[in-house]
Design a protein around this ligand. Structure first.
Ligand code: UDP
Length: 333
């Protein structure tokens, strides 16, 4: 019997790619998702359990039925703007829900978790390259909620022997190169899919959020990582966690998953024109509240400890993979 991994948010963008990679690596990914932002069509690589993280009884039942050996926790609300307007939704939907998950998994005797955190926990840091020891100062409730979950995992590591790998993501982009699954949000808020929508006429234009930032061309800079590289890190993190020598008595290890190189919004637009060989209609708008000027990180620690290298995270490849999926696939349910 292959080992099972409970994947919360397995119907979402990153979670579904993780499920595909887990299945290829000899695990059975069990998706637990309430489909509030995920897609049933994206669950193709293992069983699906419809449920909400706030539903303790349902979670307990799923742990009992499947007996997973570990949890990959992707499920989260993740819209910066919405989190500023409705912080309660984020504290309840991210922090309280994760607490219920942690208590349920520990009650079931499952101690290992790989958790998706975010560079939004940093806030603005004066253009420095971020790393695991950079101080956190989130600018929005989304980032604050993720930081709180990081703290929660550390506390349960000390008290109950929970063992966690925490990954701080930067900007995730691209899609499965086989275009079976890809990035599809409703509503869409992310730069690359919105650019592709503008290119193929699904939207009238891409609005650049702010052209007066203190950067070389006035637009924000982000560190883009290919979703397949990101899920590779999760498999390496899982192996590391389940290896014999790590975090035996509980605890948590943090890794930043960046490439060390940032691209401005205008650079991403130029690359998208190049890769698709199509014009991109663009308008210039005001800054989006909650946006940091620059978020770029290295990944020395993930390279050294886990052997992770983001070799697919080249902007033309990420846009090409996203474009292939964009032209062929979409979820309807
Ligand atoms: N952005 C933009 N127009 C859009 C969407 C995003 O100019 O329609 C910018 C946004 O201000 C940020 C970058 O693109 O600087 C990446 O934004 P995204 O929402 O993709 O990811 P985030 O960095 O917020 O996680």
């Amino acid at each position: 019997m292959l080992p099972k991994i409970l994947v919360t948010g397995g119907a979402g963008y990153i979670g579904s790619h993780a499920c595909k990679a887990l299945a290829a690596a000899g695990y059975i990914p069990v998706t637990y998702d309430n489909l509030c932002t995920g897609w049933r069509d994206a669950v193709r690589f293992g069983p699906f359990e419809h449920g909400d993280l706030a539903d303790r009884a349902r979670l307990d039942q799923v742990f009992a039925d499947h007996q997973p050996v570990a949890v990959m926790h992707f499920a989260a609300l993740s819209q910066v703007g919405e989190s500023m307007q409705d912080p309660g939704k984020y504290w309840r939907g991210n922090v309280c829900a994760s607490l219920t998950l942690v208590e349920s998994m520990l009650a079931a005797g499952v101690r290992d978790m790989v958790f998706s955190s975010t560079c939004a926990t940093y806030g603005d840091q004066d253009g420095v390259i971020l790393n695991e020891s950079t101080a956190q100062a989130p600018l929005n409730a989304y980032g604050a909620s993720k930081r709180a979950i990081e703290d929660m995992l550390r506390d349960f590591g000390a008290s109950d022997g929970l063992r966690s790998v925490i990954f701080r993501y930067f900007n995730v982009a691209g899609a499965d190169p086989e275009a079976e699954i890809g990035e599809f949000h409703q509503p869409e808020t992310h730069l690359i899919p919105l650019i592709l929508d503008a290119i193929d006429g699904r939207r009238p234009a891409l609005t650049i959020y702010g052209t007066d930032y203190p950067t070389q061309d006035g637009t924000c800079i982000r560190d883009y990582v290919h979703v397949m590289d990101l899920v590779d890190a999760h498999l390496l993190g899982l192996d590391w966690l389940r290896g014999p020598d790590h975090l035996q008595t509980g605890g948590s290890e943090l890794f930043c998953l960046g490439t060390g190189r940032g691209f401005s919004v205008r650079e991403v637009l130029d690359e998208a024109r190049e890769v698709t060989n199509r014009p991109v209609p663009v308008t210039e708008g005001p800054r989006r509240p909650g946006d940091a000027v620059k978020l770029v990180s290295g990944s020395e620690k993930a390279g050294k400890v886990l052997g992770w290298h983001p070799h697919r995270s080249r902007l033309p490849l990420m846009i090409a993979d996203a474009w292939r999926w964009h032209q062929t696939g979409h979820y309807s349910g």
